[in-house]
Design a protein around this ligand. Sequence first.
Ligand code: MSP
Length: 639
Amino acid sequence: MGADTFYVTTPIYYVNDKPHIGHAYTTILADVLARYHRLLGLPTHFLTGTDEHGQKVQRAAQANGITPQEQCDRTVVRFQELWQRLEITHDDFIRTTEPRHTAIVQRLLRELYERGEIYAAEYAGWYCVPCERFFMEKDLVDGQCPECHRGVEKLVEKSYFFRMSAYQSWLVEYIETHPHFIQPEHRRQETLGFLRQPLGDLCISRPRSRLSWGIELPFDADYVTYVWFDALVNYISAIGYGVDEARFARWWPASYHLIGKDILTTHTVYWPTMLKAMGVPMPESIFAHGWWLVGRDKMSKSLGNVVNPMQMIDAYGVDAFRYFLMAEMSLGQDASFTEEAFVTRYNADLANDLGNLASRVLKMISRNLGGVMPAACEPGADEEELVGLTLAAVRSMQDRIKAMQLDRGLADVLAAVRAANRYFDRVKPWSLAKAGDTARLGQVLYHAAECLRIVAGLLLPVMPAKMTALREALGLGAVAGVPSLARLSRWGGLTGGVAVSDIAGLFPRVERAALPAAPAAPQAKASSPAGVAVIGIDEVSRVHLRTARILAAERLEGSDKLLKLSVEIGAETRQIVAGIAAFYEAAALVGRTVIVVANLKPATLFGVTSEGMLLAARRGKRLSLLTVDGDIPSGAAVG
Ligand code: MSP
């Protein structure tokens, strides 16, 4: 950016799976920053998108029995739908499979190759077949794959390398002389720490024989480019690098690349050295936020605790969800997500404080002043604290945004809301109404409404729909248009005489007990058989159902009910004991694809370990195994 524009980016998300709360968080954060900068009157560009090449996507496509492009086209919609529901106001959405991106990646690769920044070399390493990954000797754990702990084989092959090592000392110096380049400070130190080791050159190619889903190297058709060398370029390809120089110059350098802490090295080492080699200036700042944990646990599919943003929105609304994420996480630190913490904060900040203030003010103006905003008036001694804290919140928000301490800015806004509620309790407008002191009542309600005007303006980027409704109720809305921060910094912006409306239940209290475990629970109740407990989708997702191919089957010695099966679940072979001998001939089962519970605790039956459970439908004396319709590989997720 120049000083006069603001360009913010999110990481581009992998399309191997649907979006979760981590993706939602970064995108909401970028949206809030973009909206604030628009309030500041700065031309703003907000970019998000999807990272569509690479092994993760290729594998997901394989597991789903579709082509990688189909996998991308299907999953990208999940992201786009979520951004729409979350009211994300991105200006552009880039997909790395789009020609506007692939063409630039290829052009950069060619240029760097021609200039000798990329070179070919023999590469000796260790290859893990099941993981399909290459490791350096130093990465191995006890000579085994560091990921799956299985054996690895030595492989020597030609690869292409980017001369990253040539930029190490330049990068160290750049980071040292630009304290805001990597934020927060502890992440800057982490990168500097990483750079104390000698930096190697970066292998930027993958042989097509192992990875076909990637951008072809323009100088060697047997190779595709490493996914990071492709993905990072999105930040410049999307704004016209190499194609529309004026557009590129308008937005670049980016003000912020927002990232999660796990992709720090790629953004603070690979990307700057790539840019340097390309002769492109550095982004202003790379900001790494922490992770959302669930309680104390890392969020993971295998733990079954992945928070689905769509469910949260369905249950509590978009605005409350956005607010919680922004208020709860101190940027740079990890934060814990639990529904309980969500409800507690929602009830405290939104229902009791903000919702209550809005309802008190709007109701009293509607009931006692005929729904007309009282005339503007000067604040007196009674209003001192209220005015002070409210205007302090405006300054705080501006400062905190600059310092990337959004949670603290929001806490200051809430402090102003609480001051307004205290003001109400102290001056008791209901007594003034009873006593018929309409003049003083008007003054009190004007000042309380004025606090609401400023608060609604400050919170508009975080809770766009609810705060727009509040502004409209205060008679602002269409007439006043979007609030500028300058207008929010002055007390007395409300115009007397405009129509005010009451809005019922801006943030109705939510009770923990009334919470559905999942939004579908009320319907589930109606349709669940009598006496059967209703469970939420989160509980369902804990059960890992997978397709499995039966490789072998035999009767279990000592039992006339049990069969011992050997099944293939993706790359894994397992033994499962199933009570189906009375219904199926062992030999007839071989080759069939069935559904198994893959994460069942192993059990021992007749001295034989069983690692899973087959699903079957049963009525009376009949039993039928669940199988799949059509051809799908083993190991595919069922659900
Ligand atoms: N495709 C790469 C990014 C390329 S950017 C040029 C990628 N994609 S991702 O979909 O796996 O992750 C995107 C972002 O989500 C990362 O910033 C990651 O840190 C973030 N999160 C993933 N899980 C998270 C949490 N539990 N909490 C917060 N953010 C987390 O990496």
